[in-house]
Design a protein around this ligand. Structure first.
Ligand SMILES: [Zn+2]
Length: 133
């Protein structure tokens, strides 16, 4: 049986060249549902899915480097995500951020240390806290 979940991630941006209801993968003539550009077998060929997979891979690579003690890259898009989250939430603990971002505490700590706008503190349970004043 086909995995229906994949059908919902195939919303590729309309490039003006969408053949309605036919898979765009070369050589595949399967019909698609709801005008999707790719059939479930070729949804990974969609530019949208490719972009997401690339982002996930580059993020995983970055995290691995940072966890291993490598330099924290200036352009890490984790910075933006972290900054936005801390600004919205207010004071956060390193452990809380680690849980929220599904990252090891050491990676969070190294990232927030590289953010000059973050102020460190400790809460009553002696956990390291961060906030952006
Ligand atoms: Zn196909």
């Amino acid at each position: 049986m086909r995995d229906e979940r994949w059908l919902h991630v195939s919303h590729a941006p309309n490039d003006g060249n969408l053949r309605a209801g036919r898979c765009q993968f070369t050589g595949c003539h399967a019909s698609t549902r709801e005008m999707k550009p790719f059939c479930p077998n070729h949804v990974a060929e969609s530019p949208y899915v490719k972009t997401i997979l690339k982002t996930i891979r580059s993020r995983a690579k970055q995290v691995k480097k940072i966890a291993g003690g490598g330099p924290v890259p200036d352009d890490a898009h984790l910075f933006k995500e972290l900054e936005q989250y801390i600004r919205t939430k207010g004071q956060c603990t390193i452990e809380g951020l680690a849980r929220e971002f599904h990252l090891p505490s050491i990676v969070i700590l190294r990232l927030v240390k590289a953010m000059s706008i973050v102020r460190f503190g400790k809460n009553i349970r002696k956990s390291i806290t961060v906030e952006i004043p």
